[in-house]
Design a protein around this ligand. Structure first.
Ligand SMILES: *Cc1c(COP(=O)(O)O)cnc(C)c1O
Length: 390
């Protein structure tokens, strides 16, 4: 007999997976024996620093770490986060009330809507973007209002363009600098405007700061919380994933306003049971060592960025040299859509990239490259693209 299985509409009504076509072409090419170079995924190829791995091994062997952790994070981990924010950004945090651990920042970003979004609430999302901001909103019945990131505005959202009635009804705003996928950065001026916007319209600010440690040529991106008044209106999401090449470990944090952190913590504590303590102890070690273990990968990414950008420009493509992140946001040549250009790169150069519209309609006309492969492979990318007729 069996039963009729019907997915919840929040799942069945998800937009079609834009990368499915790319995945199919990728598999076809691999099947034909093509030597693909994959610049599609934003996942560091550089291993986690060995000292952190050693700390995990030591911590994993302690029985005290084998039991349920606290959902909000060990006091020692939250202290390590507060100390790192103080050293790195000169931001003071109360580790007891203004810091919560996350099972990767993705988890917290998704649960933010569980804690704060009522069905029908408007959530402002700068786009193209990391999809979890609007998927989390949609799963919880929120209405999404996208703020397009345009080149003429340095890929910063134009807050003045938001209709007054939308701004008034908005509950949350999601922003992310340094930005994935555009690689744009924000200055203090812009962050100040965001704080003013929040106060004027009573909007919660959610800043995703995943890439603050991937800044180049001496540039050190700032925390949103460095701006006066930010802690009254904002929560910031950060992660050990990109900073310490720890994407597989699942450890991150949310910091900032105590009511926002507390609300997220309350939602989380009803849904998950925290991060394996051995991973938290390894995370504490990473935060303590800080820049001394980040600098080597920063230098590698910077060199790769130069090779890729120089190579793409020589091939006749238009792109800025990013000041941060491990992405390069490249305009498709005239007459080609994001999908056309991605397909051409895959079919004619064996280079996998991500179509910009996969991150939102406003990403149309662009393609995202990552620098998560070796410099030798990036030189090869440039040579291959130079041979493609664009
Ligand atoms: C990678 C990424 C994340 C997720 O990081 P985790 O901590 O591994 O979940 C969040 N935001 C952006 C913009 C990212 O690119």
């Amino acid at each position: 007999m069996g039963i009729v299985i019907k997915k919840a509409s929040r799942i069945s009504e998800l937009p079609p997976y834009l990368f499915a076509e790319i995945d199919r072409r990728k598999r076809d090419a691999l099947g034909r024996g093509v030597d693909l170079i994959d610049l599609g995924i934003g996942d560091p190829d550089i291993p986690t620093p060995p000292v952190i791995v050693e700390k995990l091994i030591e911590s994993a062997s302690k029985p005290v770490n084998h039991r349920y952790p606290n959902s909000l994070g060990m006091a020692e981990f939250r202290d390590a986060v507060a100390n790192w924010y103080q050293r790195r950004f000169n931001v003071k945090l109360d580790a007891g009330k203004e810091v919560v651990s996350l099972i990767g920042s993705k988890e917290g970003i998704g649960n933010m809507a569980v804690a704060f979004v009522e069905p029908g609430d408007i959530v402002l999302v700068a786009s193209p973007c990391y999809p979890v901001y609007h998927i989390g909103t949609a799963f919880n019945g929120g209405k999404i209002y996208f703020l397009p990131l345009k080149k003429q505005n340095q890929f910063l959202p134009d807050l003045d363009s938001i209709p007054a009635e939308v701004a008034k009804q908005a509950k949350l705003l999601w922003i992310n600098y340094p930005n994935n996928p555009t690689a744009a950065v924000a200055d203090k001026e812009f962050f100040k405007k965001v704080v003013d916007f929040a106060n004027k319209n009573n909007v919660i600010i959610c800043h995703d700061a995943a890439y603050t440690e991937m800044g180049y040529d001496g540039y050190r991106p700032m925390s949103f919380l460095e701006v006066d008044g930010a802690k009254e209106v904002a929560i910031e999401f950060h992660s050990l994933s990109k900073t310490f090449n720890m994407t597989g470990w699942r450890i991150g944090m949310a910091v900032g306003n105590a009511d926002l952190v507390g609300g997220l913590a309350q939602a989380k504590s009803n849904l998950d049971s925290g991060i394996f303590q051995a991973v938290q102890e390894a995370g504490i070690e990473a935060l303590k060592l800080g820049d001394s273990i980040v600098e080597p990968s920063r230098a590698i990414y910077q060199e790769r960025r130069d090779i890729l950008v120089d190579g793409l420009r020589t091939a006749g493509l238009e792109c800025e040299k990013p000041r941060a992140t491990f992405y390069v946001w490249v305009a498709a040549p005239k007459g080609l859509s994001s999908a056309d250009f991605t397909t051409k790169l895959l079919e004619e150069a064996g280079v996998v990239t991500t179509p910009g519209n996969g991150f939102g309609a406003a990403g149309e006309g662009y393609v995202r490259f990552t620098v998560c492969v070796s410099k030798e492979r990036l030189k090869e990318v440039a040579e291959r693209i130079r041979r493609v007729k664009l």
